[in-house]
Design a binder for this molecule. Structure first.
Ligand code: NDP
Length: 451
C-alpha cells in the first residue's frame, strides 16, 4: 500500500521537531501537525521564557553586588511591560527558527490538530486525512489543577508569561520544579511570594540535605515557604483574591498559581480505540524503543511520562529515527540524567540522593559548604553546598549534588565524569581550577561521614 508519508509526527515541540528533521534528512517523507505554536512547551511556555525570567529576576541582587563592588547604580525599578514585549519578540523569533528548520529540512507542516483514525491514518481538524507508514506522537503535557473551591480564579505556569501586571502579592502552590522556580522568579521581580507545599519539604525526591540548602537559600532571598500547607479555597473579592489555607489562615493576594504537576496530552487523540495502551495518568506506554502496542505508532517526550525534560525528548526522538529509519535499533538511555533546577539558589544534580545510595550499598559522603567569593565580597549571603556520594566498594561516584550560582553549568560537566563512571580517585587526581567554586569538587579529601 502506498502511504502519503513515511512518517507523520503529531506535535511540534522538542521531541517531535527533532525527530521530524532528522528523519527528513535521511530522505524520509515527513509531515508534522501542530495545533498551537511551534517549539512546544520548552520554547513557548517552559524552559526558555522561564530562564529569561530567571535572568530578569536576578538583577536586584546584581545591582546590590555592583554597589558593593564600587559601582554607582541607579535602579529605577522593573518594567514588566518592557520585559514582556522583548520576551514575546524573542519567542516569535525562536518559533520562526523552528518553522524554518522544518521547512528547510523538507518536512511538510500542517497547522492543525491531528487525531488518529487507524494505525496508519490521521485526520486533521480541517477534515483532511493523511496516511503514513509510521506515526510518532509527541504531543507533550499540560498543567493539571486539583479540585479546590474557587480553582477557576487560579492560573498555571502557562499564564505566567502573559500577566497584564506583576502581582503585588501571590501564592504559588506546589513544591516541584515549576513552583519552586517561579517562587524565586517572582520574588526577584518584586512580588511578595508565599509558596505553599503540602508536605514537609519542597522538591521531594532530591537529596534531602541539598534541598535543605535550596529551601533555606530561597527563604534568605525572601520567599515565604509554608510547608504542610495547601489551599482550601479561593474567593474573588473586590481587590483580588482571598485564599483560605488548610491551616485556617486567610491571605489577600493578587494571583494564585498552581504548579501541582502535569498530565500527558492524550485526551481525544483516539488512541485507546486503536489499542494504544495508556497508563494511570494517561501517558502512552511504550517499550525501550518508544514503540506502542500498535507497531506503526511510536511516542516520545512528556506524553510518555518517562523523564519529562526537553533534552530527553530530543534523545528519544533521535533514537526513534535511528531505530525505524536508519536500521540501528537504539534505546534512549534514561540512566544518570543530569538536571538543573533554576531555583534561587540554583541546584544541579546527577545520580542518587544519599538516602537512595545508602539503601543500595555502603557509601562515603563528602560535603563542603562555603560562602561564594563573589557574593561574599558584596556582603550578600549566598552559601554554596556540594555533596559527592561515593561507593565504598568501587570508589565510583553514585551522586553529585551542587547548590551554587551556575550549578546547572557545573553539573553538565560533572555529569560527564559521573556518566563515564569516574571514581573519587579520578576526581582527586584532577587539578583544581583556581579560584572557582567548582574546584571544591576535586579538593574534598576526607569523607564527612560513611555508612
Ligand atoms: P512536579 O511533579 O515536579 O511537582 C508537583 C508538585 O505539586 C509536587 O510538589 C506535589 O507534591 C504537588 N502537588 C501535586 N498535587 C497536589 C495537590 N493536589 N495539592 C497540592 N500540591 C500538589 O511537577 P511540576 O509541575 O513542578 O513540573 C513538572 C515536570 O516538568 C517536572 O517533573 C520536570 O520533569 C519538568 N520541569 C523541569 C524543569 C527543569 O529541568 N529545570 C523545570 C520545570 C519543569 P508532592 O511532592 O507531595 O507530590
Amino acid at each position: 500500500m502506498a502511504f502519503d508519508y513515511d512518517l507523520f509526527v503529531i506535535g511540534g515541540g522538542s521531541g517531535g521537531v527533532r525527530a521530524a528533521r532528522v528523519a527528513a534528512a535521511e530522505g524520509v517523507r515527513v509531515a508534522l501537525a501542530e495545533e498551537d505554536r511551534y517549539g512546544g512547551t520548552c520554547v513557548i511556555r517552559g524552559c526558555v521564557p522561564k530562564k529569561l525570567m530567571v535572568y530578569a529576576s536576578e538583577f536586584p541582587q546584581a545591582f546590590e553586588l555592583a554597589r558593593a563592588y564600587g559601582w554607582s547604580v541607579t535602579d529605577d525599578g522593573f518594567s514588566w511591560g518592557a520585559f514582556k514585549t522583548r520576551l514575546n519578540a524573542e519567542l516569535d523569533r525562536l518559533e520562526g527558527i523552528y518553522r524554518n528548520l522544518l521547512s528547510g529540512s523538507g518536512v511538510e507542516t500542517h497547522d492543525a490538530r491531528a487525531t488518529l483514525i487507524d494505525p496508519h491514518t490521521v485526520e486533521l481538524s480541517d477534515g483532511r486525512r493523511f496516511s503514513a507508514q509510521h506515526i510518532l506522537i509527541a504531543v507533550g503535557g499540560r498543567p493539571v489543577l486539583p479540585q479546590v473551591q474557587g480553582i477557576e480564579h487560579a492560573i498555571t505556569s502557562n499564564e505566567m508569561f502573559h500577566l497584564d501586571a506583576l502581582p503585588r502579592r501571590m501564592i504559588i502552590v506546589g513544591g516541584g520544579y515549576i513552583a519552586s522556580e517561579f517562587a524565586g522568579i517572582m520574588n526577584g521581580l518584586g512580588t511578595e511570594v508565599l509558596q505553599f507545599y503540602r508536605g514537609d519539604q519542597i522538591l521531594r525526591g532530591f537529596d534531602a540535605e541539598a534541598i535543605e540548602h535550596v529551601a533555606s537559600g530561597m527563604r534568605v532571598h525572601g520567599v515565604d515557604i509554608r510547608t504542610n500547607t495547601n489551599v482550601a479555597s479561593i474567593e474573588k473579592t473586590e481587590h483580588g483574591l482571598s485564599v483560605t489555607d488548610t491551616n485556617g489562615a486567610v491571605h489577600q493576594v493578587d494571583q494564585v498559581m498552581f504548579a501541582t504537576g502535569r498530565a500527558p496530552n492524550t485526551d481525544g487523540l483516539g488512541l485507546e480505540a486503536l489499542g494504544v495502551e495508556l497508563g494511570r495518568k494517561g501517558e502512552i506506554i511504550v517499550d525501550a524503543y518508544s514503540q506502542t502496542k500498535v507497531p506503526s505508532i511510536y511516542a516520545v517526550g512528556d506524553v510518555t511520562d518517562r523523564a519529562n525534560l526537553t533534552p530527553v525528548a530530543i534523545r528519544e526522538g533521535m533514537a526513534f529515527v535511528d531505530t525505524v529509519f536508519k536500521g540501528v535499533p537504539s534505546a534512549p538511555d534514561h540512566d544518570l540524567i543530569p538536571t538543573a533546577i533554576f531555583t534561587q539558589p540554583e541546584m544541579g544534580t546527577i545520580g542518587l540522593s544519599e538516602a537512595e545510595a545508602e539503601a543500595q550499598e555502603k557509601v562515603h559522603v563528602y560535603i563542603t559548604s562555603f560562602k561564594s567569593m563573589r557574593e561574599g565580597f558584596g556582603g550578600v549571603e549566598e552559601r554554596v553546598f556540594m555533596k559527592l556520594i561515593v561507593s565504598q566498594e568501587t570508589d565510583k561516584l553514585l551522586g553529585c549534588h551542587i547548590v551554587a550560582p551556575h550549578a546547572g553549568e557545573m553539573i553538565q560537566l560533572a555529569g560527564i565524569a559521573v556518566k563515564m563512571g569516574a571514581t573519587k580517585a579520578d576526581f582527586d587526581r584532577t587539578v583544581a581550577v583556581h579560584p572557582t567554586m567548582a574546584e571544591e569538587l576535586v579538593t574534598m579529601r576526607n569523607p564527612t561521614r560513611s555508612s
